[in-house]
Design a binder for this molecule. Structure first.
Ligand SMILES: Nc1ncnc2c1ncn2[C@@H]1O[C@H](COP(=O)(O)OP(=O)(O)O)[C@@H](O)[C@H]1O
Ligand SMILES: [Mg+2]
Length: 251
């Protein structure tokens, strides 16, 4: 029933506790927003789901035969590297079986074209990635993952440093992809969170999370509210929501 199930997880870097007491169940085809302060452990949570980091204790269960796609923070991506859009997309095909100077099959190439068309970046296929706008580059990075047709998509701050039109386009795209994929997105863009996602988790060493129900209700917000940050309080979207349905939240 769940794509990902995390139980009593603790992750350390040496003596530093990055995550503790993490329990999280991610429903199939849910759209989970992950918020939290810098250094709160959000990226670490993704890395442990991907199996890139071993937990100190606890378990991470990913449903059998599920493919997870990862779109890392684009700040970790070197934009000055001279590579064409179409080649970045094809690189996605190398993720599992890296072979130096691999020849791509016709099928690989056909799938790359399909993905670029779907993401509206086909006309950019022969551009250097350094010549793209932030929103275009983000779509390329998403495309690199989509060529493997993952069941679950993890995106680490895909809209940070984008202007508001580009942010909306990315969230529109994620909403579209969410029709047949589970989507987990780390974001600080609270103004988009409530319009697009169906569950919200706040990660700040531990996790505040509401489970199961489809919509974010006053009660579930209350849980997230316990997150010791004022991100939510600053958000106009939350203020509006609280005004509508949040009576009693400040009890
Ligand atoms: N490779 C690492 N080695 C040591 N400490 C790390 C490493 N990566 C992250 N940390 C620390 O773990 C904590 C969580 O980091 P991170 O998961 O990147 O947080 P976030 O993505 O929420 O900003 C921070 O205190 C960070 O400094
Ligand atoms: Mg991070």
């Amino acid at each position: 029933m769940y794509d990902i199930e995390i139980k009593n997880l603790q992750v350390n870097y040496g003596d530093v506790v990055a995550l503790r007491d993490i329990n999280l169940k991610v429903r199939h085809k849910s759209f989970l927003g992950i918020i939290g302060p810098n250094g709160g452990g959000k990226t670490t949570l993704f890395k442990v789901i991907l199996g890139l980091i071993k937990p100190l204790s606890g378990t991470v269960k990913v449903k059998d035969n599920i493919k997870i796609g990862y779109v890392p923070q684009s700040t970790s991506f070197d934009k000055s590297f001279p590579i064409l859009v179409k080649d970045v997309i094809l690189m996605g095909k190398l993720d599992k079986t890296f072979i130096a100077f691999k020849r791509y099959s016709q099928k690989d190439k056909k799938e790359a074209v399909e993905v670029m068309k779907k993401l509206d970046i086909y006309h950019l296929k022969d551009r250097q990635i350094g010549e793209l706008s932030g929103g275009q580059l983000q779509r390329v990075l998403i495309g690199r993952t989509l060529v493997n047709n993952p069941d679950v998509l993890l995106l680490d701050e895909p809209t940070s440093s984008l202007d508001s039109d580009a942010k909306r386009e990315i969230f529109d795209l994620l909403k579209e992809l969410n029709k047949n994929k589970t989507v987990l997105v780390i974001t600080h863009d609270m103004e988009y969170v409530f319009k697009y996602i169906d569950s919200l988790a706040c990660v700040n060493q531990n996790i505040h999370y509401h489970d199961e129900d489809k919509s974010i209700t006053a009660d579930s917000l209350k849980d997230v509210y316990n997150c010791p940050i004022n991100l939510l309080l600053q958000s106009g979207a939350v203020q509006k929501r609280l005004g509508k349905e949040g009576e009693g939240l400040n009890d």
